[in-house]
Write a protein that binds this ligand. Structure first.
Ligand code: HEC
Ligand code: HEC
Length: 443
């Protein structure tokens, strides 16, 4: 259930963020390609331009193929959103919902980045896609601002959730859309006896408390630092540039070339380009120690400065690029109960980031290496998960570096397979700043 629902969101948000540049569309059409040929291009720290709508993504709670086709098969997708947005493509300050959208009543005062994630959470929660509440999403005559009965219900639900948390849980955000809906339109009201007597669910809590009888935080961190080459060696790494290829979910729309550059203590940039398809442009995600940017030629908003939770997430990603900084990046570190990832036993370390963000690190008990990082951003209606799995650790200049990253977010899932990693190379500061890429103005 959990899996299927996540895959639905994947598709939904993917679709949401997807929009096609006029030029790109024509070039694509000329080659007889549909946007499905694009993969979701997620990068560590966020998905950037995931116009993928690959049928495989839909999983168990799959939408009817017709609906999928309606959403994804048209390159005109989201032209409507661009048109209604009527907004310059490259703003110079964080974009808030009020600057961009016309009929936002319940989710005011947040950045565009967090708003779009909120739409992703809603879609995930009710196992729907944008069309579920926004008729004609996926066509060029979608009117996102239009209130439909279902959209009104969803808005009422936002208010209900806020009220429940305020009145019953002292304002703690413990009841979310997912609490009741779990990927269904209408929540289940009564248990079935098959479930009562069936296998237990394996979903773990987001927020962990210190467990008993587990290694201490220092033991876990020391084992990790030892495993990747010893604290002293690791501390000598103050920058890296990793280059390789980016492959989308299930291999769709490959051909991406990725480079991740990081500079201690807190700068990081990811560039993904498609040398064979110049019209797909370059997707960039940066954090310069103060602020972050996302530029995605094919996305709803082609370039914007991060305003909310995604900025905190980008900072965490940048800091956690350097393993000796875990204690600077996260506070209140604790070790949770033992867990597993697949057939691996793992030790789970969790800490708090700024503004209510959380990061959870999973260390392989056998090797001591970091196998997974999950960070949770916040939104007005619940936490937003982002997950990176690391594997294929290889030796680079005396330390072990993961050559394979699998990145999963509400927007999609991608694999980075690095072929070259250089440590302690000078990196031009401009690389971490506002992306200097051409973005087409919306039509
Ligand atoms: C379960 C219903 C639901 C789903 C599914 C949903 N939305 Fe929404 N959407 C809403 C509600 C409710 C609002 C108004 C929010 C408010 O008033 O604060 C809204 C508002 C919007 C707006 C602002 C329009 C404007 O100008 O006021 C955009 C854009 C939008 N949604 C995009 C999307 C996208 C893209 C998706 C697919 C990922 C999506 N939504 C999925 C319920 C939904
Ligand atoms: C406390 C449980 C609960 C929570 C939390 C909750 N819902 Fe609901 N929701 C319901 C129930 C129950 C129904 C069905 C009501 C009915 O059948 O009349 C429903 C119905 C809906 C529907 C209409 C479905 C349809 O097609 O009839 C939408 C859309 C919806 N919820 C969205 C949301 C969103 C978005 C959130 C989070 C902001 C949310 N809900 C949070 C219990 C909840």
């Amino acid at each position: 259930m959990r899996f299927g629902s996540r895959q639905v969101i994947t598709a939904a948000v993917t679709i949401m963020l997807a929009t096609a540049l006029e030029m790109g569309q024509r070039a694509l059409a000329a080659r007889g390609e549909s946007p499905a040929a694009f993969d979701g291009r997620c990068i560590p720290g966020g998905c950037v331009a995931p116009p993928s709508n690959t049928p495989g993504i839909l999983g168990r709670r799959a939408l009817p193929a017709g609906r999928l086709a309606r959403l994804g098969a048209t390159p005109d997708f989201h032209r409507g959103l661009l048109a209604q947005r009527g907004q310059a493509a490259a703003p110079t300050k964080p974009m808030m919902v009020e600057d961009v959208f016309k009929n936002v009543q319940a989710l005011k005062g947040i950045g565009v980045d967090d708003f779009l994630l909120t739409m992703g959470i809603m879609s995930a929660a009710v196992g729907s896609d944008c069309v579920g509440c926004h008729p004609s999403a996926g066509t060029d005559h979608v009117d996102w601002a239009l209130d439909t009965p279902r959209k009104r219900t969803a808005r009422r639900m936002v208010q209900m959730v806020t009220a429940i948390n305020r009145d019953t849980f002292s304002g703690r955000q413990v009841v979310t859309c997912w609490t009741c809906h779990r990927g269904r339109d209408r929540p289940v009201t009564t248990m079935t006896l098959d479930v009562v007597y069936g296998p237990p669910t394996d979903e773990s809590d987001d927020v962990l408390t210190q467990a008993q009888g587990v290694p201490s935080v220092d033991q876990v961190l020391n084992k990790y630092l030892q495993a990747i080459g010893g604290a002293q060696n690791v501390a000598r790494v103050t920058s890296f540039v990793a280059t390789g290829k980016s492959v989308g979910y299930r291999g769709f729309g490959g051909g991406g070339v990725v480079d991740v550059s990081a500079q201690a203590p807190d700068k990081r940039a990811t560039h993904i380009s498609f040398p064979e398809y110049a019209d797909r442009g370059v997707s960039v995600r940066t954090y310069d120690g103060r602020t972050g940017w996302i530029a995605t030629p094919l996305a709803v908003v082609p370039k914007y400065e991060l305003a909310g939770s995604e900025r905190d997430g980008a900072r965490l990603d940048a800091m956690l690029s350097f393993p000796t900084q875990i204690k600077q990046a996260l506070t209140n570190l604790r070790v949770g109960p033992p867990s597993t990832i697949g057939d691996k036993d793992v030790t789970v370390l969790q800490g708090n980031g700024p503004n209510g963000t959380l990061a959870t690190l999973y260390f392989d008990d056998a090797s001591g290496l970091l196998a997974r990082m999950v960070r949770h951003g916040r939104s007005p209606i619940g936490r937003v998960p982002t997950q990176v799995d690391y594997s294929d650790y290889r030796d680079v200049g005396g330390i072990k570096f993961p050559f394979r990253w699998t990145f999963a977010w509400l927007d999609g899932r991608d694999n980075f397979e690095f072929s070259d990693v250089k440590l302690n190379v000078p990196i031009d500061a401009a690389k971490f700043g506002e992306p200097n890429v051409a973005v087409a103005a919306p039509k």
